[in-house]
Design a binder for this molecule. Structure first.
Ligand SMILES: Nc1ncnc2c1ncn2[C@@H]1O[C@H](COP(=O)(O)OP(=O)(O)OP(=O)(O)O)[C@@H](O)[C@H]1O
Ligand SMILES: [Mg+2]
Length: 434
């Protein structure tokens, strides 16, 4: 939750402002002196600071540079006296975003508070959720998806770490977003790809750095962990997290604290951790490539997404869903799949899982010229693609193909025989003899 620091030595003022902050739904923290304020800023993430000018130990304006040094991202609002017009200007020059002249009406305070909080939230959202969530519906009615649905619902009720496993394209990221979305007080969703950056880059990306931590560090910078405070941190490809960084993540999960690179102070955050991997992470633990203690910490709520080939009942459902989706996106009006197209969908193995299905439907919708979608001649589904050699016997393929065509035709044998180009009698013989 967003936190507001009130720095004022007049106890009655800070007490009533603290109450207002609470009433508006934020967390108040109070300091009576400049030094107290700096100490608080060192160990807490503060969004907004209301800063009195006449503090017992230092002039409020003089404190601004020191605050900027520690908490570069906090917004400062100055509380100035009636005859301090010059101070107001000076404080804005020093880096405050606004000022309120004392004595002020409480409404002035709450207006300033809410306005700044809203603009902070808006820019945070814009930075993080730049990807559109327009097709984030999770489709799946098959038997294999039932335990997944249950685990997702459980995960949404608590804040414990979640570990999502599954082959590429099975929907791990979508599942992570679903858990996040279903939460009350969800905050922001921040994704970190642990697979693409070097150990050093991931460390500063994740945990931020202090000024002077390395040659280029001219100013301190918040990491994604801090940005995710109050929300969800999605650690994608966790299996690729360098072993040197694993203790730091372990500590973050175990006691919600971490240090920026080059930092000496512990920073406390409240983040919900969801990790995902398509590696066999237990194997990695056995090989010594992934810490066992971290694995246990992450694997509190395990969610395994089954491959699409084990979700036969969902294939057509998903294909129809994406057909409608791309009809809308591409302003097409395709009515559905031909029976042959359905049979093709069902007999394919889907090594790329749902992503492969989605991409294929998109491509076919683009090129489809008729009312009903039939896969193009060079589609991997029509079996003419060169890299689609299935290592199975002819008899096996025939059996599978017949079963799929029958299923696609709702077991209408005449229709299936027609599609297969054989008589009903031949079809009967083939299905009876296996
Ligand atoms: N149950 C589902 N219903 C509808 N669409 C889905 C479903 N699961 C996944 N998708 C879609 O499939 C695509 C791949 O999903 P996602 O990126 O979540 O997979 P992933 O498991 O993270 O893959 P990778 O391991 O390659 O990163 C996305 O476009 C996603 O929207
Ligand atoms: Mg992914």
């Amino acid at each position: 939750m967003a936190t507001v620091l009130i720095v004022d030595d007049a106890e009655d003022i800070s007490f009533s402002l603290g109450n207002l902050v609470k009433k508006e739904g934020f967390t108040p923290v109070i300091a009576a002196t400049g030094n107290e304020a700096l100490a608080i800023l060192k160990t807490n993430i503060i969004d907004l600071i209301f800063l009195d000018i006449g503090l017992p130990d230092i002039n409020g304006i003089k404190l601004i540079p020191a605050i900027r040094e520690i908490a570069a991202d906090s917004d400062i609002v100055m509380l100035t006296g009636r005859n301090e017009a010059k101070s107001a200007v000076d404080s804005l020059k020093a880096g405050a975003v606004d000022y309120i002249v004392k004595p002020f009406e409480l409404i002035e305070f709450t207006t300033s508070l809410n306005r700044l909080m809203q603009s902070r939230l808006a820019s945070k959202m814009a930075a993080i959720q730049s990807q559109k969530d327009d097709d984030s519906t999770m489709i799946g009615e098959s038997q294999a998806m039932q335990p997944v649905k249950e685990a997702l619902a459980t995960a949404a009720e608590v804040k414990s770490p979640v570990l999502i496993t599954g082959e590429t394209g099975t929907g791990k990221e979508l599942a992570a977003k679903a858990v996040h979305q279903q939460q009350t007080n969800k905050g922001v969703f921040v994704k970190v790809d642990c697979g693409t950056l070097s150990a050093n880059l991931i460390e500063s990306e994740l945990f931020g750095y202090e000024k002077g931590a390395f040659t280029d560090a001219q100013a301190s910078k918040k990491g994604l962990v801090e940005i995710a405070d109050g929300g969800t941190l999605f650690l994608d490809e966790i299996g690729n997290l360098p072993i040197s960084l694993q203790p730091k993540l372990l500590r973050l999960i175990a006691d919600s604290t971490f240090r920026r690179v080059g930092g000496t102070r512990d920073i406390k955050v409240s983040v919900r951790i969801i990790a995902a991997t398509n590696n066999n992470i237990e194997q990695q633990v056995a090989n010594g490539h992934f810490r066992q203690d971290l694995f246990y910490r992450l694997n509190v709520i395990p969610i395994h997404l089954p491959p699409l080939r084990q979700r036969q009942d969902d294939i057509v459902l998903l294909a129809e869903y994406y057909l409608h989706y791309f009809n809308r996106e591409l302003k097409k009006n395709i009515k559905g799949f031909t029976d042959i197209a359905r049979a093709n969908l069902l007999s394919h193995d889907w090594p790329g899982n749902i992503r492969e299905l989605r991409n294929l439907v998109e491509r076919e919708v683009i090129f489809c010229k008729s009312e009903w979608l039939q896969f193009q001649g060079d589609s991997p589904l029509t079996g003419k693609g060169e890299d689609n050699v299935q290592m199975a016997s002819l008899a096996e393929l025939e059996r599978k193909h017949i079963a799929n065509v029958l299923k696609a035709c709702n077991n209408n044998k005449s229709k299936a025989a027609e599609i297969l180009g054989i008589t009903r009698t031949t079809l009967r013989t083939k299905t009876e003899t296996g």
